[in-house]
Structures are given as C-alpha cells and as structure tokens.
Ligand binder design. Sequence first.
Ligand code: SF4
Ligand code: SF4
Length: 453
Amino acid sequence: MKTEVGQPGLVIPEKDNERVRFEGLTDEDLAQCVHCGLCLNACPTYRETGLEMESPRGRIYLVKAAKEERIPINETFLQHIFLCLDCRACETACPSGVQYGKIIEAARGEAIKAQPGGRLPRFLRWLVFKQIFPFPGRLRLFANLLRFYQNSGVQGLVRKSGLLKLFGGFGQAETLLPKLSSEFFAAPEAEVVPARGETKRRVGFVTGCIMPYFFGETNRATVSVLTRNGCEVVIPKSQRCCGALGVHAGARETAQELARRNIAAFEPYGLDVIISNAAGCGTALKEYEVLLENDPEYAERAVAFSEKVKDISEFLVDIEVDTSFGAMDKRVTYQDACHLAHGQRVRSQPRELLQSIPGLEFVEMKNSDHCCGSAGVYNIVQADMAQRVVAPKVQNIENTEADYVVVGNPGCMLQMDNALAASGVSTRSIHTMELLEQAYQAAESNGHADSDA
Ligand code: SF4
Ligand code: SF4
C-alpha cells in the first residue's frame, strides 16, 4: 500500500518494520504533525519552489518514512533535507507544536551517517567539523593565515587571476569571505572583566568560535554593554565552539562533544546567566538539553546549563537596561534572525532596546521575520537558493530607506551586507549591541561637550 502526499512525486510505502534509528527523535515527535499545511507558506523553500517535498510537511513525511525504513536514505533524501534552511519559521507557524528543528537536525545526523560522502564531501566535513572548529588554537592559526592572505595583497591577486573559478563551491565561498576584524577579540588572562561601578550581577559570556576574528567589535561592544549594566563578565578560556554549525550540518557527535566541553567550562563559576550575542549559537546552547538527553553523565547538567542561557537582548530587557543613551540621528530597521525569532521566541526585546535610544527613528520592514538565506554555511553550500531567499529581503530593506538594518546574528549581517552591496543599496547591517554601545558613547561625548562648554 502506498500513500501519496500533496504533490505528485512524493509516494511513500507503508512502514515495513519497527527498527528505531534517528538518534534523539521519537515516533511521538513525528506524530505531532497533523498534516494541516499551515506551515507551508511560512517556509522559504516552499515559497520559492511550490513543491511539497521542499516544505516542512513534506520533509516530515520523508523523515518518518526513512525512520521506518520505507524509503532509503539516498542522495535525493539528502537534497531535500539539506535544502531546508533550518530557519524554524515552520515551528512558529505550526499550531500543533511540532519541534521541526529537532526533526531536521536528527535527520541530518542520520543522513550523514548513511551517506557520508554525499552532500558535503567527506574530507571537507572531516577538516571543518573535526579538525578546525573544535580547536580554538587551530581556529586562531587559521585566522592569522587568513589575515596574511587578506592583508598581503595575495587575496586581490587570486581574485583577479580567475583561479577561483577552478575551485567551484570553494571559489564561491572565497568571494563571500568577510574582512577579518582589525583587532581580534581576546578574553582577559584572568577570565573576568569587572563591572563598571557597583557589581550587581555575574554573568558568563559565550564568545563564539569565529566571532572573535570576524566580529571582534561586536564582542567588545557586548562586553562593554554588560559591564555598563553592572555585570561582571566571566569569559572562560576553555570554552569551545557551541556546536551549532555541526548540528545543522549533521555532525552530531562533534556537536555533542563540544556541548560537554562548554558545560564543563562554565559550570565551575556558579553563574546564574550565560549570555550569547549570536542567535544561532544561543539556540544551540539552549538546546544542549536535547542534544545530550541520552548522555547519562551530562543529561542533567545540560538541562541546568541550557536553563541559564539568554540572548543578550532578552537579558538586558529582563534586568531593565540602563537607558542613559545619547541621541542618535539615524533611521534603522530590524531583521529578526530566524534563530532569535523562531528558535528562541525573542522578538520584542531587541525592538524595545532600539526604541529606547533617543533620536533613533525605528521603522519596521515588511516580513522582517522571513529568513535572509544565511543559515550557517547554507549561503555557501546552497548558494543558488540562498540568493533567491535574500532577494525579497534586499527589496524590503531598501523600501525602509534605513541607514542600518539591525540584527542579532553575525551570519545574517554578512549575508545581508553582501546582498545589499551587490544591489547597490546603501543600507548596512549592524549588531544590536554595537548600536547600543554607540548610543552609550554618544551620551559620554555629549557629557564631555556639556562640561567643556
Ligand atoms: S526550517 Fe525553514 S526552510 Fe526548513 S522546512 Fe521549516 S520553514 Fe522551511
Ligand atoms: S508541521 Fe505543523 S503546521 Fe506543518 S503540516 Fe504539520 S502540523 Fe501542520
């Protein structure tokens, strides 16, 4: 017997055995989908293709059929599973509470086990997820080599030479490489940055794995905003990459090991709150409890850790942020990073922060919670779909005539800046914390100006 779903082509035989696969995913998780289709138009890949198999509902059918071994995990399966942006817009739209992120991430883990040489070549996966991202020292070495490449003129020569065309996806990735920060972010030797004035709270800070090198300014601004708000900031040196990139790419075991390392790195400090300033990392950190739920040694510790994680904008609103901002004569709009709006349900807090800055004109953009197409490394490995997804975003940003599009995730900043520049739109992205820091500095400058007068 066969079941035909939605569009022709997705034909799935009934299950033929009960063997359980797909770590972390239960039959109950999949059964929560009642096939209503209310998620379809929230899905960027469905909007672009109109295909059931590129929709949340279609992918859930595929995963269910593969889990029950009614269809093979082959290249076609991988294509559908990896064309998903893991943006979680379907979770927000779903009235049935389907945890789509859990489904797609478990499916990717299983898909990579079954087809390790498939969507991402095996060597590249081994290099990136097992040999570079888990090791801070290697990441630093890589960043230093990249700095030489960017600053020595070699990059310019390579780009002009046309050599990049020979390397296909690699070459494409190089053209998307952002400029490294002029000064890398480094945690102090003592691992603690004192509060300015009275210490009211002690918080941990997750620096991110590439943030210190590509977004040093964002990390410095985040720490400065925290210390201005009476926080002593603990930055453990033994922390690692959060594992988000690995989870999204199906490198589940590497992500689990990184999660264990991070729990062990932050635990000794007895912190009440652990802060993230990157939406993708924040969601991954809040979901360590899912990632490690079957680990007898770490399951409970993961729950305790995840409960402490907050996005920086969520935390600042909770503690009633110091609003002694100076005036800023700028027009801004806001992009809801998917893993903040859909992954963490943090929407109002960044807007509240922006609207508390005097002089700042805030204008909503149309479909601010539609994905920009960044999605970790999606804009590199699925460049065509990423371009299609970002095109309406560029138009919506342009329509606001904003100076800045504010966002709480570094990947979105890169994706939007590349697309805006390519379209000749002058708006540029800025992280929420950099804007807040500028507003505090504006108050200090005004204070100096007043005292000089
Ligand atoms: S996570 Fe995003 S791209 Fe994937 S199915 Fe859901 S809405 Fe579509
Ligand atoms: S995922 Fe949710 S919204 Fe989408 S078809 Fe299933 S129950 Fe309906």
